[in-house]
Design a protein around this ligand. Structure first.
Ligand code: GLN
Length: 205
């Protein structure tokens, strides 16, 4: 079966994720396609979704207005694999607060029982790269690119912690749902995108 992977294209790092996911599909010789998605109809036909990094308040507000927030939530709760990157991980969470302004009442998908601290490592000018590992999914070394990145400050009992940087949680998983603080699409290493499209293929078959 051919898989249909979408990158939510409301705002953020869309093109880079399309390229990385396409490269992952090609390298794994999976039959599938990757496209931008925005509308409830486009999202309805997906086998897997990437919610890119960007600005979570914008992604949340616009997806609420066009009805795609609800469709995403239903599909993910029914088993569709999703990779939420940075702002995308914030979208997957239950509660977000900002390091400076405190709790934000932004629209969220409320899929992962995690609490997030937005901008946990500082603002844009404090962006950095750091070597991290995601051993439990067989990625022992990965170059994490952190841009106004959140960290996970609290996890429910059903959440698997995939990676930490210093003492901060920077990647989590629950079943088919993965969230990362860092931006895998901004490196040449497509191992995380490969892991994700494999999940999509397994779930679809
Ligand atoms: N700080 C942004 C937010 O809160 C996320 C940054 C990013 O996705 N690179 O939405």
């Amino acid at each position: 079966m051919s898989i249909n992977v979408g990158v939510l294209s409301i705002q953020g790092d869309v093109e880079e994720n399309i390229l990385s996911a396409k490269a992952a599909i090609d390298e794994l010789k999976i039959d599938g396609k990757v496209a931008e998605v925005k509308t409830p109809d486009e999202i309805s036909s997906l086998d897997g979704l990437i919610i890119p990094g960007g600005e979570s308040t914008t992604i949340g507000a616009l997806s609420l207005v066009n009805g795609s927030l609800k469709v995403m939530k239903d599909k993910i709760e029914n088993g569709m694999p999703v990779l939420g990157i940075c702002a995308g991980m914030i979208m997957l969470s239950k509660t977000a607060s900002d390091r400076v302004i405190g709790t934000t009442n932004q629209p969220l998908l409320d899929i992962l029982d995690i609490t997030l601290e937005r901008n946990s490592f500082g603002r844009q000018k404090e962006s950095f790269e750091a070597s991290i590992s995601l051993d439990s999914i067989d990625i022992p070394k990965f170059n994490g690119v952190f841009i106004r990145a959140p960290s996970v400050s609290g996890v429910g009992s059903d959440i698997e912690v995939l990676s930490k940087l210093d003492e901060k949680i920077v990647a989590v998983k629950k079943g088919n749902v993965i969230g990362t603080s860092f931006h895998p699409e901004l490196t040449q290493d497509i191992s995380l995108h490969k892991y994700f499209v494999s999940l999509v293929q397994q779930q679809a078959n």
